[in-house]
Design a protein around this ligand. Structure first.
Ligand SMILES: [Mn+2]
Length: 362
């Protein structure tokens, strides 16, 4: 589906690409990207043989129906020997073979070499990622749906806050509410933190019970046709203290600053630095302990986004998260996260849940 775009990004001489999708835990998401097979099917142990103008898929009998829903030529194998023969046949005499070494194990590379013999193997992972970073209309349609599901859940989930409920209980509700709205899966393990636990940016939900005056931090996302959304909202159960309101308003201001700076051509590192500067100018200096955001797409952390450690120039069609936070150990933390599409002169917000004031849920 994106063959031409990928080949345009390849700098060396390459005749064709072989994408091998072993399946969990070494799933190659680029297999779905290139074949466009995003609406069902796992395609474990499948190959895509990619030319600038077409892709051929080698997959097993059990994926036949799913594979034939796509626009690729499909070849079915019944045994691993048949799979090897098909690969050999479809590759033919091509000598310069592009491989995606960011998602190919050494073992599977050795296997390909054994099947095809001595040829010129070229790493094309960067070219694939450069193509994946710029989303097209079809991808954006799926990402907008994933974002819409997450936004609706963020707006309605407070109805389910109950004194004494445990974090994992609310996490279960989050998952249910996303799937109920058409998500095929969650994008990642949801972060549900109450009270002092909100100070841990990557907290995993546990037994902590909800009590009055707690911060409630929810970081979650929906997966829709293999594309992800990622949203964070922070609420207070009961009445908010002055300090809670203060932290929230600084984080909101920081997020607005970040979003207002983003457009085609801007350096991600600069945006991240400015947002950290704002937070460091308050009494919460040093309390934003992570980068401002990451690229989003088929992977939740698709590519580097807004980070001082690795600069990425924003380009029209990129989708990044903007998620500043302040974390005070022993007290709690606030993070506000939205997914934004970079445009020529600004951004379009994909997530839309309310955030203008700290919601006090009673
Ligand atoms: Mn995120």
């Amino acid at each position: 589906m994106h063959e031409k775009k990928i080949f345009e990004n390849i700098e060396k001489e390459v005749d064709l690409l072989i994408i091998y999708n072993k399946g969990g835990p070494i799933t190659d998401l680029s297999f779905y990207y290139i074949t466009g097979l995003v609406s069902g099917g796992l395609f474990e142990g499948s190959y895509a043989v990619v030319h600038p103008d077409e892709t051929k898929v080698i997959t097993s009998l059990l994926e036949e129906t799913s594979a034939k829903k796509g626009e690729n030529e499909v070849y079915i194998f019944r045994t691993s020997q048949e799979r090897e023969e098909l690969l050999k046949k479809l590759v033919g005499s091509a000598n310069n073979i592009g491989l995606n070494f960011s998602s190919l194990s050494l073992e599977d590379f050795e296997k390909i070499k054994k099947i095809l013999g001595d040829r010129n193997y070229v790493n094309v992972s960067k070219a694939i990622m450069n193509a994946r970073m710029i989303k097209d209309e079809y991808e954006l349609k799926l990402m907008k749906e994933a974002a819409k599901i997450a936004s609706e859940v963020a707006d309605t989930i407070p109805e389910h806050f109950k004194e004494g409920m445990r974090e994992y209980e609310l996490a279960g509700r989050l998952v249910y509410e996303m799937l109920k709205r058409g998500a095929e899966d969650v994008a990642f393990t949801s972060i549900v933190a109450f009270g002092e636990n909100t100070a841990e940016p990557h907290y995993v939900p546990g037994e902590r019970k909800l009590k009055k005056g707690d911060f409630v931090l929810l970081d979650f996302g929906a997966k829709y046709h293999k594309y992800n959304s990622d949203i964070t909202r922070t609420y207070v159960f009961g009445r908010a203290s002055e300090q809670q309101k203060e932290i929230y308003s600084i984080v909101l201001e920081a997020q607005k600053l970040g979003i207002s700076m983003l457009k085609d051509g801007v350096h991600g590192a600069e945006v991240d630095a400015k947002v950290h500067e704002l937070i460091d100018s308050t009494k919460y200096k040093g309390r934003m302990t992570h980068s401002l955001g990451h690229g989003l797409g088929l992977a939740v952390h698709d590519h580097v986004g807004l980070s001082r450690n690795f600069d990425v120039v924003m380009r029209e069609g990129m989708v990044v998260t903007v998620e500043p936070g302040i974390y005070v150990p022993g007290v709690g933390g606030v993070r506000i996260e939205d997914d934004v599409l970079i445009k020529k002169n600004g951004v379009e917000l994909l997530t839309s849940a309310k955030k203008e004031e700290l919601l006090e849920i009673s």
